[in-house]
Design a protein around this ligand. Structure first.
Ligand SMILES: C[S@@+](CC[C@H](N)C(=O)[O-])C[C@H]1O[C@@H](n2cnc3c(N)ncnc32)[C@H](O)[C@@H]1O
Length: 351
C-alpha cells in the first residue's frame, strides 16, 4: 500500500474517522487515490465514490485503486451524490470552485451530510469559511496538524438552482464568457488571453483545423471560430469544469456547431500533422506551485499535431523562459508582441 505522506490527506482521514455517520463516502479531487485507499483500508469504508476535475488526477485514482472494488470513479451527478452523508474535499485554489462544489453537495447529498474540506493553512483564508457558510448552517475548523487544517460544514442550506455556469458579456471582445467554478479566470477575460486575441487578425486566414489547447472557458476557440468562419475548432482541456465552460461559451456565442470540446490530456486523439493553427495560453502553475512542465508538454504536443507550415500562437508571462523552448520544440518562432507583462509568439512548424 502507498504511504499516506500528504498532510492534508492525513488530517482529512483523521477527521473522517471521527464522523458518526456511515454509508458511502464521496471524495472530491483526490490527487492520486491516497484518500480513497485510506478510507477503505484504514477506516473500513465499504463504498467510496471519487470525482476529480482534472483528468490526470482521475487517471491516477483509477490506477492506484484498481485493486479495490469498494472504490468507483464517477462524474458529478445523481449517482455520485445519492445517499451520501460524508464528503471529503481537498480545498481548491479558487473560491468559485469551492462555491460550486459546496453548492452541489448541499443540493444533492443527504441533508445530514458532513463536508470535510482540508488544506494547508498557508493556502486557507477566512473567505473559504464564508463560501461554505453560503451553503451550510455551521462551519467550524478542526485542530491543526502538520500546518494543515479541515473545515467541517454541516446543516445544508440548499439553493433552488445553481448559478453555474456564470456567464458575462465582454464588451471589448463582443463575446460572452461562461464559466464553471474551477475554470481559469472565471467569467472574466485573462489579460494574457486578451493580449493574444488582439493579434486575431494576424492568425493564419487559411487555417481550417484549429485547436485551442488548454481552452479554459473556450474564449480562444470561440474567437477563432468567429474570425475564421470556415474553420473547425477543437477546444481541449483536462479540466471537466473547463470543458463544460467552453461548451457553454460556444453555445452562448452561437458557434457550438463549429466548436467541438473534449476533456483530454493535451491533444490526445488528434492525429499527427493534422492541425493548421494551435492557440495556447499555457498554465504555469500546478496547484499552488509554479511549474512550467505542462507548458513544455503542450508545446511538444502542438509540434506533433501541427501540419508542416502550421502555426502555434502562444501567450505567456514575459519573465518565463519559453522562447527557447518554442524554438527547440516547435520551430521558427517570432515574438509578435510584448507588453509589460506578456509575450505573444508565433511558431511555425517547419518539418
Ligand atoms: C492559463 S489557462 C488558459 C485557459 C484559456 N485558454 C484562457 O486563455 O483563458 C491553462 C489551461 O490549461 C489547462 N490544462 C492544464 N494541463 C492540461 C493538460 N495536461 N491538458 C489539457 N489542458 C490542460 C488548464 O485546465 C487551464 O484551463
Amino acid at each position: 500500500m502507498q504511504p499516506l505522506a500528504d498532510p492534508v490527506d492525513l488530517i482529512l482521514l483523521r477527521e473522517a474517522a471521527l464522523l458518526r455517520s456511515d454509508g458511502p463516502v464521496v471524495v472530491v479531487d483526490d490527487q492520486d487515490g491516497a484518500l480513497a485507499r485510506g478510507l477503505v483500508s484504514e477506516l473500513g469504508v465499504a463504498e467510496v465514490r471519487v470525482s476529480c476535475d482534472a483528468l490526470s488526477e482521475e487517471r491516477a485514482v483509477r490506477q492506484s485503486t484498481a485493486d479495490m472494488a469498494q472504490v468507483r470513479v464517477l462524474p458529478p451527478g445523481p449517482e455520485l451524490w445519492q445517499d451520501v452523508r460524508r464528503v471529503l474535499l481537498r480545498l481548491p485554489k479558487g473560491l468559485a470552485a469551492l462555491d460550486e462544489t459546496a453548492e452541489g453537495v448541499a443540493r444533492w447529498a443527504d441533508p445530514t451530510v458532513e463536508l470535510l474540506a482540508g488544506g494547508r493553512v498557508k493556502h486557507m483564508s477566512r473567505s473559504m469559511n464564508d463560501v461554505l457558510g453560503r451553503h451550510f448552517g455551521s462551519v467550524r475548523a478542526s485542530l491543526g496538524a502538520q500546518k494543515s487544517r479541515v473545515l467541517i460544514a454541516t446543516g445544508t442550506a440548499p439553493a433552488a438552482t445553481s448559478p453555474y455556469p456564470v456567464c458575462a458579456a465582454d464588451a471589448d471582445l463582443g463575446l460572452t464568457v461562461c464559466a464553471h467554478g474551477a475554470a481559469f479566470a472565471g467569467p472574466a477575460v485573462d489579460l494574457g488571453t486578451r493580449y493574444l486575441l488582439s493579434f486575431g487578425d494576424t492568425f493564419a486566414r487559411t487555417a481550417r483545423q484549429v485547436v485551442d489547447l488548454g481552452c479554459g472557458t473556450g474564449l480562444l476557440a470561440v474567437a477563432a471560430a468567429r474570425t475564421l468562419p470556415e474553420a473547425r475548432v477543437l477546444a481541449v482541456d483536462e479540466s471537466r469544469a473547463a470543458a463544460l465552460s467552453a461548451a457553454a461559451t460556444a453555445e452562448a456565442n452561437g458557434v457550438a456547431d463549429r466548436v467541438e470540446v473534449r476533456r483530454t490530456n493535451l491533444m490526445e486523439g488528434v492525429p499527427d500533422r493534422s492541425v493548421d493553427l494551435v492557440l495556447c495560453n499555457p498554465p504555469f502553475h500546478r496547484g499552488n506551485a509554479r511549474d512550467s512542465a505542462v507548458a513544455f508538454e503542450m508545446f511538444a504536443d502542438a509540434a506533433r499535431a501541427l501540419a508542416p507550415g502550421g502555426e502555434l500562437w502562444a501567450v505567456y508571462n514575459s519573465h518565463l523562459p519559453y522562447l527557447r523552448a518554442l524554438r527547440r520544440l516547435v520551430g521558427t518562432t517570432d515574438v509578435m508582441g510584448q507588453n509589460t507583462a506578456f509575450t505573444v509568439t508565433r511558431s511555425i512548424r517547419t518539418v
